[in-house]
Design a protein around this ligand. Structure first.
Ligand code: ATP
Ligand code: MG
Length: 562
């Protein structure tokens, strides 16, 4: 058996291996059951990779099921985005399902519970119900409506469905045990009245089932064998089982729980993400800083990097937080071997090569990816006037600054070795141009006499370069573990004011003007980039997906550079 990581099987894989071996199930059936009340985030990707991945791995089937039982928050827009995101991750559902298609069946099962004396209509207010639930150390108090006759309950439940009662007038509750040590078993609410149009069933229903009531029944209808959910539902499992045991379901699913994915410096709750969108803190669900799937897609992440990340972090029962740097590491590793190299200057400083003939243009060969000989090469223009990165020049450099400074020599990538002979300043004394001399014998970058030239700079030819906007991103939040916010503070107190930097005067090599959003590039020495959805050939826009590790910055931090 192939595991998802090539390591030993994780605990859910082991359960499935045993169940198949022992004939507990003939075929694995899983589902991914999002509520269409927001866009998916990378936490959902973990659940998607797990459910769809297990089905692939064990020759089973996985459904995409919309758990659309709460019309107050659900919309078609979310359904469409979720389908797009699952497909983008590279998974195919066996069957597309909606819990709302099961409303009649749910209703029949609620009647079955009433008939057998296992459910009753309660007229207490939500506050009264909550107050009577008791605590972890004290039992709850039974509702005064608990011992109604079956006939009375049937009649009242019928009236709830007919629409003659107002929202909140009463609820249907399971009749289990108000002294049960597990609070979820103290007569949980099963149905409530909600006069609200549903985006699929319209006004057909004005009572809607609660999540706990519906979920196991959805699984049973679809023949799900392993209903995999996150750890916070562990305490709900006795109720999941009770509901299945007390009506005539067509199959008997079992629930298993795993630890949810938490990522550093971000939040993963749909409610908070929606708030970021609604308050304009980010520019929509697909803002490249968002942990949403559409956000990281726009940012330039690949589906394969997300899948590999989910496989590497593994599946366990211990909640933890994964460093965002790990996700970045996996992406870098992938893009290093697949991304086309390109030259882009983000903060341009002009360089005039005084001994290079005016008007001359050479087309120099540049390899597309040194890691992949099959990626071929392209021709890039070189001329007398070029631009380099402003930070690659220092007038009074410290030791070990292997870039350009007066009198020093550097290699221009794919081109020539140049020496800085002078600077031009503006009225304020700021250097606005460098005067250089090139070594005509060094075409391609190698010194003819074998002398050592340590630094290599990226550059673009001034007359050929294309102006572009480049957007750099950083973490949305400043706190590594957002579950550890100080008391009295909220997420807004931890927003990173520098999470986005927009650079407008960047100059990129000509071929980049035609880049599309699915093309990925390594801008030499800058990081990995993709064209943004806003990009046009007239006005190219690039997102930095992830930076390269900057060895110079690291050395400075370590105090190695004096
Ligand atoms: P939120 O609490 O942010 O609203 P949710 O968990 O309620 O999200 P659902 O639409 O119910 O969102 O999630 C669909 C599935 O994805 C569920 O099975 C849920 O357990 C799983 N899931 C959600 N968040 C994570 C996460 N961070 N890590 C792993 N699985 C997750
Ligand atoms: Mg949920």
């Amino acid at each position: 058996m192939e595991t998802q990581t090539g390591k030993g099987p994780h605990f859910i894989e082991q359960i499935i291996i045993d169940d198949l071996k022992n004939g507990v199930v003939d075929e694995l059936r899983t589902r991914f059951p999002p509520e269409p009340n927001g866009y998916l985030h990378i936490g959902h990707a973990k659940s998607i990779c797990l459910n769809f991945g297990l089905a692939e791995q064990f020759g089973g089937k996985c459904n995409l099921r919309f758990d659309d039982t709460n019309p107050a928050k659900e919309e078609t827009e979310y359904v469409e985005s979720i389908m797009r995101d699952v497909e983008w991750l590279g998974f195919h559902w066996n069957s597309l399902r909606f819990a709302s298609d099961y409303f009649h069946q749910f209703y029949d099962w609620a009647l079955e519970l009433i008939h057998s004396g296992k459910a009753y209509v309660d007229h207490q207010t939500p506050d009264e119900i909550r107050a009577a639930r008791g605590t972890l150390t004290s039992p709850g108090v039974e509702s005064p409506y608990r011992d109604r006759s079956v006939e009375e309950n049937l009649e009242l439940f019928g009236r709830m469905k007919e629409g003659v009662l107002e929202d909140g007038a009463c609820v249907l509750r399971a009749k289990i045990d108000m002294a049960h040590p597990n609070i979820n078993m103290r007569d949980p609410v099963l149905y409530r009245i909600l006069h609200r149009s549903h985006f699929r069933s319209g006004d057909e229903w004005c009572i809607y089932p609660m999540y706990d009531f519906a979920h196991g029944y959805e699984d049973a209808i679809e023949g799900i064998t392993h209903s995999i959910c996150t750890l916070e539902f562990e305490d709900h499992r006795p109720l999941y089982d009770w509901l299945l045991e007390n009506v005539s379901v067509p199959s008997r699913p079992r629930q298993f729980e795993f630890a949810r994915l938490n990522l550093s410096y971000t939040v993963m709750s749909k409610r908070l993400l929606l708030e970021l969108v609604n308050k304009g803190i980010v520019n929509g669900w697909d803002d490249p800083r968002m942990p949403t799937i559409c956000g990281i897609r726009r940012r330039g992440y690949t589906p394969s990097s997300i899948r590999r990340f989910c496989a590497e972090i593994g599946v366990s029962k211990a909640n933890s937080i994964v460093d965002i740097e790990f996700l970045q590491f996996i992406l870098r590793e992938e893009l290093n071997s697949t991304a086309q190299r390109a030259m882009a200057v983000l903060d341009p400083l002009k360089v005039v090569i005084e001994n290079y003939p005016e008007g001359k243009v050479e087309m120099l060969e540049a390899e597309n990816n040194p890691e992949d000989p099959g990626a071929g090469s392209r021709l890039i223009p070189f001329s007398r006037e070029i631009y380099i990165e402003r930070e690659d020049f220092m007038e009074n450099p410290p030791k070990k600054f292997f870039r350009l400074s007066p009198g020093s020599e550097v290699r221009l990538k794919h081109a020539y070795i140049v020496t800085c002979r002078g600077v031009v300043r503006d009225d304020a004394g700021r250097v606005i141009e460098l005067r250089c001399e090139y070594d005509p014998e060094s075409r391609g970058g190698a010194a003819p006499d074998g002398r050592r030239v340590k630094g290599t700079l990226h550059w673009v030819s001034a007359p050929h370069a294309v102006r572009a906007q480049v957007r750099l991103y950083d973490n949305l939040f400043t706190l590594r573990d957002m579950s550890e916010m100080e008391e009295g503070k909220c997420y807004a107190d931890y927003l990173n004011p520098d999470s986005q930097t927009i650079l407008d005067g960047c100059l990129v090599e000509p071929m980049l003007a035609n880049a599309g959003p699915s093309d990925r590039f390594q801008f030499l020495r800058q990081g990995y980039f993709c064209a943004d959805l806003d990009s046009t050939p007239e006005r190219p826009v690039f997102n930095r997906t992830v930076a390269l590790k900057d060895s110079w910055a690291k050395m400075q931090q370590k105090g190695q550079a004096d």
